[in-house]
Design a protein around this ligand. Structure first.
Ligand SMILES: C[S@@+](CC[C@H](N)C(=O)[O-])C[C@H]1O[C@@H](n2cnc3c(N)ncnc32)[C@H](O)[C@@H]1O
Length: 393
């Protein structure tokens, strides 16, 4: 895979289609593309609820739908396709003994095993960056039979991790440190691994690791928007596209793991907030304002109670209680529209994630590493399944 060429193509395409993915239907009543592509708008509005749920989750299908109306969009698929990495079975003494798996939730265990199954050892010691209780570090210490250090800011997780390491009888040390502040780690010659270190935590590993002379990186990034100010500060200065914090957040907005009850709560929260937003607009605020988080208890109240609290908090004229039923219904209608319009935005989610990952990967390549980008597991196990492997040894 030519990473630079892929990055260039994706950068151009995402820039060209920005009017489709940048507007947030939750905030904008009618994104500009509705008038530019009225047939796309009409098709979305006519979709049954089950298709809407499916398309908001399945980016490839959503992209295919958009491409029926905007044919150039189809070309994007080739640039965002990332191959699955070939997995090696973990050594029998690890899987049979099961010494490392104590206290790991099932899905986390599968993610860690998948990650460990596609990376190979290199470098002198292993550094598990932002390692939590060090489950990945412990597995690697066992599987590779070499010393591992897990760096973690939370002292309780470090204490817990040390106990688990001791029980497993492995050479696994914990460094209690702030990854964003330390200058002591990572060190020259180390093999740095990071599973789901959020935003600026994985970017700091790359920045500091390159300076320090890390010999290998294996990084599965997540929460790209964390630590981003108003705009994402790209490593590369050759990119035409600029991402806002919200754009970077779009890359990780899947709700694949939501249980039906959570999904119902989420829908209700959206409908009520949109009901409030409509009331606020009628009361004179034309532009969307950011919502401060809504306390959970308010969502357990009636719609009228929710509105009363919101109006007081936001300094908006009180809604007459008699209008509650009609206003709530308007909120649900708006929720149905927002969900349908969001299919277009969500069609570009994976492309944005790949753009963000390529920014990291191309930077590592420009610093002399041989770099590979692959998927370490199925999306069903975790949607944050992209892995950047870079080596200079
Ligand atoms: C999403 S968890 C991932 C943990 C582990 N890698 C895993 O996959 O199980 C992110 C971890 O980063 C740690 N963390 C957050 N900020 C940190 C910082 N500034 N320095 C070091 N660790 C940090 C958190 O305490 C948490 O354990």
């Amino acid at each position: 895979m030519n990473l630079v060429e892929r990055q260039r193509q994706l950068d151009q395409a995402l820039l060209a289609f920005r009017p489709l993915w940048h507007p947030q239907p939750f905030r904008e009543l009618r994104p500009g593309w509705c008038d530019a592509w009225p047939a796309l708008h009409d098709e979305l509005m006519a979709l049954p609820e089950a298709s809407v749920i499916h398309l908001n989750d399945d980016g490839a299908q959503a992209l295919a739908l958009v491409a029926r109306h905007v044919p150039d969009v189809a070309g994007l698929a080739a640039w965002m396709e990332i191959p699955r990495r070939v997995s090696q079975a973990l050594p029998a003494h690890v899987t049979h003994g099961e010494r490392w798996v104590w206290e790991i939730p099932g899905r986390k265990r599968q993610q860690i095993e998948a990650f460990a199954g596609v990376i190979t050892p290199g470098g002198d010691t292993v550094l598990d960056w932002c390692g939590g209780k060090g489950h990945l570090g412990r597995l690697l210490a066992l599987a590779w039979d070499r010393p591992v250090e897990s760096l973690e800011i939370n002292p309780i997780l470090c204490v817990h991790g040390r106990q688990l390491a001791q029980r497993a009888g492995v050479a696994h040390r914990f460094i209690e440190a702030d990854a964003l502040a330390t200058t002591a780690w990572p060190r020259a010659g180390q093999h740095a691994v990071a599973l789901h270190a959020c935003g600026d935590l994985h970017r700091q590993l790359i920045r500091r690791g390159v300076e320090a002379g890390v010999s290998r990186f294996d990084i599965a990034p997540c929460c790209y928007y964390r630590g981003v100010g108003e705009t994402y500060a790209a490593f590369s200065d050759a990119l035409a596209l600029t991402l806002s914090r919200d754009d970077a957040r779009l890359a990780v907005t899947e709700t694949v793991t939501a249980a039906p009850r959570e999904a119902r709560q989420r829908d209700r929260e959206m409908a009520w907030k949109l009901g409030f937003d409509a009331w606020r607009r009628e009361a004179g605020t034309t532009a969307y304002c950011n919502f401060k988080p809504v306390p959970e208890a308010w969502m357990r109240d009636s719609f009228a109670g929710f509105m009363a609290r919101m109006c007081v908090r936001e300094g908006v004229e009180m809604m007459p209680e008699a209008a509650a039923a009609h206003r709530e219904q308007a909120g649900w209608q708006r929720r149905d529209q927002v969900m349908r319009l969001s299919v277009v935005r969500h069609a570009f989610r994976r492309a944005l994630e790949v753009w963000l990952v390529l920014d990291l990967a191309v930077h590592l390549e420009s610093r002399g590493y041989r770099v590979d980008v692959g998927q370490f597991c199925e999306r069903a196990l975790t949607p944050r399944n992209l892995l950047i492997s870079a080596r200079r040894d």
